[in-house]
Design a binder for this molecule. Structure first.
Ligand code: CP
Ligand code: NVA
Length: 310
């Protein structure tokens, strides 16, 4: 089946089919091999890309910037302090202005509604670099890393520990449902995913369960995943979260309980070592977090090339 993503937005994996996601992963893998061989593409030559950031970022910002440079595009970083987005000017007006000048727009910030409004009014491809409720480019990098380690996605079991209702868990749940990966959320009852999203993921074929007990949850895991206990914008909840989530820390014991010697550790990063993951796990040979971080660049490049490339 031929896939053509030209002109599409990338707001959530919910909008993409399994074939389309596989196409993006194949393209990312190809671009990664080319980069390793010293071959740069020129598929975004002359394109101007706006990088809008309401929240901080290391990986996402750098991945978009380097990917633009590699493919001949010009990235322009705009933090919330640099432009009027949503403050003096409403988002739909900013969208229409940026769309007259730029060829593509990345947005990282608070509301999913903002990235949707940018997409609706700008007339150019818009890519979601993280919102309070989703982080789809991260999941592409996670899936590329899984494919590199297991040679497949379908049939794998991914167990997520921690805040089961944050952007990362939501995005993984959607991605796993799309790709046939079993997704276990191991979290306290207070932080379980929103029922509506979980039901939707199950209705599209997702094999998804919430298992509170870490010892039960990890059985058969191919990958154990965690994320920070306090996401950007929730800093005032730190004390309560650390108390609540302490039993859901990822440590070496869990890896001994999977029943598999091939289980890998994944984390979107940044990580707070000693909180959601021990230093021992983070630094272990089965921890693939820096492959995963590098893969942000190759997968983000694939998204831009597929939606905007020549
Ligand atoms: N994983 C991720 O999105 O990292 P940054 O916050 O550094 O972009
Ligand atoms: N859940 C985290 C992800 C960071 C990449 C946050 O939103 O801060």
């Amino acid at each position: 089946m031929s896939v053509n993503l030209r002109g599409r937005n990338f707001l959530s994996l919910m909008d993409f089919t399994r074939d389309e996601i596989n196409y993006l992963l194949d393209l990312a893998s190809d671009l990664k091999s080319k980069k390793r061989a010293g071959i740069r593409g020129n598929t975004l030559a002359g394109k101007n890309i706006a990088l809008l950031f309401e929240k901080a970022s290391t990986r996402t910002r750098c991945a978009f910037t380097v990917a633009c440079n590699d493919e001949g595009a010009f990235p322009e970083f705009l933090s919330k302090n640099d432009i009027h987005l949503g403050a003096k000017e409403d988002v739909k007006d900013t969208a229409r202005v940026l769309g007259r000048m730029f060829d593509g727009i990345e947005f990282r910030g608070f509301k999913q509604e903002t990235v949707e409004t940018l997409a609706k009014y700008s007339g150019v491809p818009v890519w979601n670099g993280l919102t309070d409720t989703d982080h789809p480019t991260q999941v592409l990098a996670d899936f590329l890393t899984l494919r590199e380690n297991f040679g497949k996605l379908q049939g794998l079991k991914l167990v997520y520990f921690g805040d089961g209702r944050n952007n990362m868990s939501n995005a993984l749940m959607i991605g796993c449902a799309k790709m046939g990966i079993e997704y276990i959320i191991c979290c306290p009852a207070e932080l379980k995913p929103e029922k509506k999203l979980m039901d939707l993921c199950i209705s599209i074929g997702g094999n998804i369960k919430i298992i509170n007990d870490p010892v039960q949850a990890v059985i058969g895991a191919d990958a154990i995943y965690t994320d920070v206990w306090v996401s950007m914008g929730e800093e005032n909840l730190k004390e309560e979260r650390y108390k609540l989530l302490a039993p859901w820390q990822v440590n070496k014991n869990l890896f001994n309980l999977t029943g598999k010697s091939s289980t890998i550790f994944l984390h979107c990063l940044p990580a707070v070592k000693g909180a959601e993951v021990t230093e021992e796990v983070f630094e272990a040979g089965y921890s693939k977090v820096f492959d995963e971080a590098e893969n942000r660049m190759h997968t983000i490049k694939a998204v831009m090339v597929a939606t905007l490339g020549a």
